[in-house]
Design a protein around this ligand. Structure first.
Ligand code: GDP
Ligand code: MG
Length: 511
């Protein structure tokens, strides 16, 4: 394969039925050309240019609703953007932050290794709208968006102004190679979503709680919301989704994002988790960095998290948690060590468990929030759908009743979620019952038998516990049916990750 010029494989998923197949085929060519142009730039890390490997990108053309939903889920913004990118590799301006690992390459039968860079979502609706307002055609707009997204996947960003200059500069160069004869045309950053401007509060925005597993992030979220929403467990890495708690005050709203613990990625799933926790920090207005007060000072994970989140140049509040379990005298030296490491906005010892210091923390966060709209109606306590909360509640029971080995190899998939209304149906429909069919996916046969238990005792216990908690959440009767299925290696199967909602985008179809 020496001398082969293809560096980038582009996989497409089309979810936009509005555009006819001829248009879609043309846009695919536009995107392929754009990615080829990106992949030929000299900034790309040499380890990505090996003769026997190809980079790959999955581009999905999606509808407005899907884009809005994704934006809301991953960026806490209730708006329609033109393009979103989800990088898989940890890169900065084209260079790898960490060297390529075995898990980063998929070896195909023909001996070619594929290095997936990530997913790109493009809203053709929004792109058409923008093309119209700028005065060029859809192809040109999509080419621009693809180049922009391709650069994001390679670690370019426009968060800090130095990086932004580099990104814009590369973007211009690439667009010029694609459209050498063009005099004018779009070279700048894609449109940022328009914020809602009515009813601005003095302080409104997003706060992310970051920290290594087990420091007490979920406990704090639960303490704050006063409701049982995210899983609390002594075992690490049980929080997979970003579950939000919302604090409403007369002139302030804080939306909390509970992130999975930051740790070194092992497989596709954990990589996604790390990615999403840093991502949450990136889009937050205030970052709460939580550490365990029982440790005498920062360890390697704390340093590396700080290095990452420090780059975002956001206010960072240091929370020294579990203060209930340590002597007051030992807190002061910890504060000293951390303040030597970073210039924190403030340092607050708290106990997520007892609630000590939590009010001070909330006031500190509010102080640093910009003015903005109330992002969520006051009565909302979470934006997670009942469906995914139900899955979390089932998982919680599995964790509760089985031993360490099983839980992290399992996932819960809600196959069917149905609201049942009473008869006769009146104007104000009252939900009588919720009917849920869920699958518990596990990696091994031995796990399946553990989850089922002797004579099905275990699954019965899991089901009863989960049903009671789901009833508490939905406020009505619940019928819950659980099925245990073996799906080997589900953690690495992109398809399953998609089904489970861990990743946006679509099934990777390589055929
Ligand atoms: P996460 O992984 O950061 O979300 O951590 P969790 O919230 O799941 O908490 C991990 C463990 O620490 C659980 O056993 C909690 O009960 C415990 N924990 C959390 N906050 C506190 C606290 O303020 N004091 C004490 N003593 N334990 C806590
Ligand atoms: Mg947690």
């Amino acid at each position: 394969m020496k001398g082969c010029s293809i560096l980038m494989i582009v996989l497409f998923v089309n979810k936009q039925r509005k555009f006819d197949s001829e248009q879609i085929e043309r846009l695919k060519v536009v995107c392929q050309d754009a990615m080829d142009a990106v992949s030929k730039r000299p900034f790309i890390d040499n380890s990505l240019r090996h003769q026997s490997t190809r980079m790959s990108v999955t581009i999905s053309f999606v509808g407005s609703d899907f884009m809005k939903k994704t934006n809301y889920q991953y960026r806490n913004m209730n708006s329609l953007t033109d393009v979103l990118s989800f990088p898989l590799l940890d890169m900065h301006n084209g260079k790898m932050n960490e060297s390529l690992g075995a898990q980063d390459v998929i070896w195909h039968k023909d001996g070619i290794g594929e290095i997936p860079l990530g997913d790109v979502l493009i809203s053709l609706d929004k792109a058409s709208e923008q093309a119209l307002s700028i005065g060029h055609d859809l192809d040109r707009e999509v080419a621009f968006l693809a180049v922009h997204a391709g650069l994001h996947l390679l670690g370019f960003d426009h968060i800090d102004s130095d990086d932004e200059k580099k990104m814009l500069n590369e973007q211009k160069k690439i667009i010029r190679t694609l459209y050498p004869n063009e005099k004018t045309g779009r070279l700048d950053a894609p449109g940022s979503p328009e914020p809602v401007t009515e009813n601005l509060l003095n302080h409104s925005g997003f706060a992310a709680i970051i920290g290594r597993p087990n420091v007490g992030k979920s406990t704090l979220i639960n303490q704050i919301s006063g409701m049982k929403l995210s899983i609390i467990s002594a075992k690490p890495q049980t929080t997979r989704n970003n579950i939000r708690a919302i604090v409403n005050r007369p002139d302030a709203q804080i939306v909390f994002v509970d992130t999975p613990g930051v740790h070194k990625p092992q497989n596709e799933l954990s990589r996604f988790m790390v990615d999403s926790s840093v991502r949450a920090a990136q889009y937050a207005d205030v970052i709460a960095f939580m550490v365990d007060g029982r440790f005498s000072g920062p360890g390697e994970p704390e340093r590396s998290i700080l290095e990452k989140i420090g780059r975002f140049k956001k206010p960072i509040v240091l929370l020294i948690n579990k203060a209930d379990g340590v002597a007051k005298e030992s807190i002061l030296p910890i504060i000293g060590k951390y303040s030597a490491l970073y210039d924190f906005t403030s340092i607050i010892p708290i106990s997520a468990r007892t609630g000590d210091g939590v009010e001070d923390f909330l006031e500190e966060v509010i102080r640093h929030l910009p003015s903005g709209p109330r992002y969520y109606p006051e009565e909302d306590f979470t934006d997670q759908s009942e469906r995914s909360l139900a899955a979390e509640l089932i998982r919680e029971q599995i964790l509760k009743y089985t031993n360490q080995e099983v839980p992290h190899g399992t996932a819960v998939l809600i196959d069917h979620f149905e609201d049942v209304f009473g008869e006769p149906q009146t104007e104000d429909l009252e939900r009588q019952m919720v009917r849920i069919y869920a699958s518990i996916l596990c990696e091994r046969k031995s796990h399946k038998s553990i989850i089922l238990g002797k004579d099905g005792q275990m699954i019965k216990r899991i089901g009863t516990g989960a049903r009671q908690n789901i009833e508490r959440m939905t406020g009505c009767k619940v019928y819950l049916e659980l099925h245990v299925k073996i799906r080997e290696d589900w953690k690495n199967a992109a398809t399953h990750l998609n089904e489970l909602g861990y990743k946006p985008g679509e099934t990777r179809d390589k055929s």
